[in-house]
Design a binder for this molecule. Structure first.
Ligand code: MRU
Length: 348
């Protein structure tokens, strides 16, 4: 592997499009695509061409800027509001999407009365700031996460919480990437993460690219790996954390955490503050995206591996109860229970 650093989200050089790595094509092809209209942006988020809570927030912020460049004076705010609502409606669970789109929208509304080019310029700067903030947060999260590990440890990962899902180091994968850069031996078992295989397709690719020793397993192999003492910690990202520390993340995360609790393996949830939703009291208040059952029935198979028409239930996320989380890692450092009290102190 090359060790190359990928710029997964950027503005095109003339600012007329958002340029992303099409994550649906990885690991087979590293292809960049440019999105310049609202339908294309919506489809890119929905189809997971761009995915991961922080990444979709950054992408949508640039998207708002790109779209705003084409609005006229008369309909500027009507179109801005309609496009913001449209982008937010795309995926419900990751709070970053709504948070960053609303941040852009509020900035524009706060400038109502100013010249449109000045508002558009300010939107461009805001999108860039959202992106830069994520880079800094991921770096700090990665440092804090690494402090929880010892040389020789092997961790379990679920889904993909690396640079592709964020901006640079990632959250859940950040400690592993930093360790590799510093020559510290931290290894990983990588859950393949059914049904969309973010672990197999993206995490394994990113870790191998960075020179991290990783071993791919099916999701249902984690219990044996922990029973045999092969795993010293579970590291996962998050799509929305409630005020009590309940953490929505890719479907299967809570299963891994329950198994880890059984075997006494610590569970660390790594996330930027942009993923914490203090307005959401508990995990029961987090909306869970449901996706097309075809992802279970037929996707990836040369021929369907389930009877045609069989009913499927395809929730994309689950909620890990705060009682199963050993520590939460944010850009402000490592947070221990009681999470309701400690999150309120830091982010209330
Ligand atoms: O459906 P996805 O692939 O967007 O889900 C992503 C995850 O669940 C990630 O673990 C989460 O967004 C954290 S990314 C730093």
């Amino acid at each position: 592997m090359s060790g190359q650093k990928i710029k997964n989200i950027a503005l095109s050089s003339d600012g007329s499009a958002v340029r992303i790595v099409d994550q649906t094509l990885l690991p087979g092809q590293l292809r960049y695509i440019e999105l310049r209209d609202r339908e294309g942006m919506y489809e890119a988020i929905k189809a997971l061409r761009v995915r991961g809570a922080p990444a979709i927030g950054i992408f949508a912020a640039y998207g708002v800027y790109v779209l705003a460049r084409s609005y006229g004076q008369a309909d500027f705010f009507a179109r801005l509001d309609a496009d913001c609502d449209w982008l937010i409606s795309c995926r419900p669970t990751a709070v970053n999407l709504a948070r960053q789109v609303n941040r852009m929208r509020e900035l524009a509304h706060a400038m109502e009365g100013a010249a449109i080019p000045a508002i558009v310029d300010a939107l461009g700067r805001e999108a860039r700031a959202i992106h830069d903030e994520d880079v800094a947060m991921c770096r700090a999260i990665s440092e804090a996460g690494l402090s929880l590990l010892r040389p020789g440890d092997t961790v379990l990962t679920h889904c993909n919480a690396g640079p592709l899902a964020t901006s640079e180091y990632g959250t859940g994968l950040g400690p592993l990437l930093l360790a590799a850069e510093r020559g510290v031996d931290i290894r990983a078992y990588v859950d393949e993460t059914r049904p969309l295989l973010q672990g197999a397709r993206l995490t394994a690719w990113e870790l191998m690219n960075a020179g991290v020793d990783c071993t791919l397993i099916c999701d249902n192999m984690a219990a044996l790996a922990m029973r045999e003492g092969r795993i010293q910690a579970v590291l996962a990202g998050c799509d929305r954390m409630a005020a009590n520390g309940d953490a929505a993340n890719k479907i299967g995360t809570s299963g891994a955490a329950i198994i880890a609790a059984h075997y006494g393996v610590p569970v660390y949830i790594l996330l930027p503050s942009s993923t914490i939703d203090m307005a959401c009291p508990t995990g029961a208040d987090i909306p869970i995206e449901e996706r097309d059952g075809e992802e279970i029935r037929s996707l990836w198979y040369a021929q369907p591996m389930a009877p045609a028409g069989v009913k499927c239930w395809d929730p994309a996320f689950d909620v890990t109860d705060h009682s199963l989380i050993t520590a939460i890692v944010t850009e402000k450092g490592v947070i221990y229970p009681p999470y309701d009290v400690n999150l309120q102190k830091l982010f209330g």
